[in-house]
Design a protein around this ligand. Structure first.
Ligand code: GLC
Length: 728
């Protein structure tokens, strides 16, 4: 802790210290211009005495607003400790990138880093110095609406993307005027609510939590994220926000996180609803003991002001520790030297900057779209073909997704607008709304279809049905949209279906009815242009599924890296039948579309995969030499993936674990040699005693262009000295 902080702390009254640990929305300082992202239980009145000791503000941005609040605040602050402005800059500020699930679909950490870096530059100019991102919660249940904010079902993809996001938001340390501090959230396990129901109980074993869920948080913290946010849910039977073991033993002890821990909105007060705190005072003390530094909108820490003379030395010491971390963060961000650091009305929305950012958003949007079906090479559409466009996402700017902050739907180009500029003949009728068949003039629609060569049916859900508090018991398209598609399909023309969504949906019927099917995870500001470029073949679809698409809701949770069980369904029970196997009577175990899957327009395949050597020690790298070939007349891009499987472990091991991936271009009619490198020390797994290390033994090494169609090799990991006895 530097001298400035020590001296400042020594001057602060207990009231001023507690004030630094309180976060409120901006409308406590100015009316109605703040983004409200949670329940407003409190009236927005604070005594002036308390108001001008508050430490941070959430949900306010904009050079003018932030500067005005900061100026007025500092004029009234005794010690001139600047306010810190925080906000949910998740996938863009003014220029909106694809939602994180879409950025994950690019399988390109550089895309994620760029999206974060551009978002940070725009948000910093708007006065925000902390973002509540990346959300690194592992999610295997598309019923949960915040899957849009995740990077999907795989621990490795999550970890790589989380670290890339932190690097993008923060840049090189110390964080400069054009970058912002990142917040790893939600610690921990928020993405595994029972039933996929928002805010519901999370009850996973500590073994599974450490083996599958902890890694991405750890990677983000290792990337030097400055903050962590607590999660609303319980974990190991205790709400995270008051969970001493989770926060002090694991987060601050094992992960060595010494930054600011902020509660989620009102989460401290919610310990009462959880039933683990008798009253708001004990909730505040539980959170302080767990190491929570900032109370977001619960006013639990504010409640301690009424009893400051009764606070124990332990609580006072915890308050001092929390204040140090908050002041340290403000100092690291340069706020003491310049409370207006980075704020620039000129830069905010500057056309040349926006143009450059939009080009980067276009590239990310194009790389995020996943082609899951293309029968009879229906795509790409030729510009000379006559196109009839219809459906609820055909002519809307609602392509930004949830948490799209200052993104402006009304200024976002629509697919109809973009297509109209690039095809010779385009006709359009809405046909069906999100939840309502509005094809009143069916004769007109039939006429349009009759005169078209191909029909583009743009379906999906609105941003309002994605994100926080939007769980769906059945993550499927509304029946009106599917019925409409069925009627269109019956007219006998080629059907290209585009689904704009914030989550994997149940698309079994939609896939059957479509000749080509594109999935676009809310593609952002340049989404329409990206989809048009893909539909017309100006660029090929190169996205891959970051989450499994189930056949039906009953299969959920369905994910590629599951365990074999004692009766895997691919064997028989001796009588040639496979009755007593792990399966359903009414649907296979297979997904509709698997993790890592996606088609392109070229014709890329793995010609050969071989191990350079087959025996390794823990310090070695497993090298796999792969020959890719492209038999098409056009260059193409694929995502080469490498999975491993530990054949025998002390605990069960996933049938496959992604350990390496890379987007790769292959020229037309060419082959390309690629060497995959998997360090053996990344093959760690958590044992039943919760220790983590690499086991010796036989491992499958599987190489593919998705998680199902794999070239299988095997290798031996020899015992390292430190483990040969331990494993006997
Ligand atoms: C919300 C979200 C959290 C967000 C916070 C502030 O409830 O759970 O992710 O950062 O409140 O908006």
């Amino acid at each position: 802790m530097n001298e400035k902080i020590v001296n400042l702390l020594a001057q602060m009254t207990i009231e001023e210290k507690i004030g630094q640990l309180i976060q409120v929305t901006g409308d406590f300082f100015q009316d109605g211009r703040s983004e409200i992202t949670g329940p407003l239980g409190q009236n927005n009145q604070l005594s002036d005495e308390l108001k001008y000791t508050i430490g941070s503000v959430l949900g306010t941005s904009g050079a003018d607003d932030v500067s005005e609040i900061q100026k007025n605040y500092l004029a009234r602050s005794r010690l001139k400790i600047p306010l810190l402005f925080m906000a949910d800059i998740i996938h863009g500020y003014k220029t909106i990138f694809p939602i994180p699930l879409g950025l994950a679909a690019t399988f390109d950490p550089e895309m994620m880093r760029t999206a974060a870096q551009v978002s940070a530059a725009e948000a910093a100019a708007g006065g925000v110095k902390v973002t509540f991102a990346p959300m690194t919660d592992l999610v295997r249940d598309p019923r949960w609406g915040r899957v849009m904010e995740s990077t999907g079902e795989d621990p490795h993809l999550n970890a790589v993307m989380a670290a890339a996001a932190v690097k993008g938001f923060q840049g090189e340390l110390p964080i400069d005027a054009t970058h912002i501090a990142a917040t790893v959230k939600h610690f921990a396990g928020y993405g595994a609510p029972e039933g996929g129901r928002e805010y519901n109980t999370v009850d996973i074993s500590e073994w599974r939590f450490r083996d599958q869920y902890l890694g991405a948080y750890q990677a983000a913290i290792a990337a030097q994220a400055k903050l962590v946010m607590t999660s609303f849910n319980t974990l190991f039977g205790v709400p995270a926000t008051g969970n001493h073991y989770l926060m002090q033993t694991i987060l601050r002890g094992e992960l060595k996180f010494n930054g600011v821990l902020i509660s989620d909105w009102n989460a401290i007060a919610e310990l009462l609803a959880h039933g683990t705190a008798q009253d708001i005072e004990s909730a505040a003390k539980k959170a302080l003991a767990a190491g929570v530094d900032i109370d977001m909108m619960a006013f639990a820490y504010a409640g301690l002001l009424a009893k400051v003379d009764q606070l124990s030395d332990d609580i006072l010491a915890l308050i001092d520790l929390a204040v140090q971390r908050v002041l340290n963060l403000k100092d690291e961000l340069g706020l003491f030297d310049d409370p207006y650091i980075g704020i620039s009305k000129e830069k905010e929305g500057e056309p040349s900057i926006t143009f450059a950012h939009e080009q980067q958003a276009l590239k990310a949007a194009e790389a995020s779209v996943v082609l899951v079906k293309n029968a009879k090479r229906t795509l790409p559409i030729q510009a000379t073909q006559r196109v009839f466009l219809t459906g609820p996402t055909a002519n809307t700017g609602d392509l930004l997704g949830s948490w799209s902050w200052q993104g402006d739907v009304s200024q976002t180009e629509t697919l109809c607008h973009q297509l109209n500029r690039h095809v010779d003949y385009l006709s359009y009728l809405p046909g069906v709304a999100y939840h309502e068949d509005i094809s009143t003039d069916w004769a007109a629609i039939k006429q349009h279809v009759a005169s078209a060569d191909v029909v583009v049916v743009a379906l999906g859900l609105p941003s309002s049905e994605s994100g926080e508090a939007t769980s769906l018991s059945n993550p499927a398209l509304p029946s009106q949209q599917v019925a409409f598609l069925k009627k269109i399909q019956a007219l006998g023309k080629p059907i290209v279906t585009v689904v704009v969504t914030g989550r994997p949906l149940i698309l079994s019927t939609v896939a059957q009815l479509s000749d080509a099917l594109l999935i676009s995870f809310f593609p952002g500001t340049k989404g329409a242009e990206a989809l048009t470029n893909i539909l017309l073949g100006k660029t090929e679809p190169t996205g891959r599924l970051p989450m499994t698409c189930p056949q039906n809701v009953g299969q959920i949770p369905l994910y590629y890296n599951d365990y074999n069980t004692g009766r895997p369904n691919q064997t028989t029970d001796g009588s040639g039948e496979n009755r007593y196997m792990s399966k359903y009577l009414d649907v296979s175990n297979a997904p509709l579309f698997p993790f890592g899957f996606g088609l392109g327009y070229a014709d890329i395949a793995i010609k050969q995969a071989k191990l350079v050597q087959t025996t390794f020690s823990v310090d070695d790298d497993i090298a796999v030499e792969v020959t890719l070939s492209n038999d098409a007349e056009i260059a193409g891009t694929t995502v080469l993936q490498c999975y491993t499987h530990q054949q025998v472990g002390e605990t069960v091991r996933p049938r496959k674990e992604l350990k390496w991936f890379k987007r790769l271009e292959v020229d037309a009619k060419q082959q390309r040699q690629v060497t995959i490198c998997v360090p053996v020390n990344t093959l760690t797994n958590v044992h039943s005693d919760l220790t983590t290390h690499v086991d010796p033994g036989t491992y499958d090494i599987m190489v593919g262009l998705d998680s199902e169609h794999l070239h299988r090799l095997t290798c031996e990991i020899q015992p390292g000295k430190e483990h040969s006895d331990a494993d006997n």
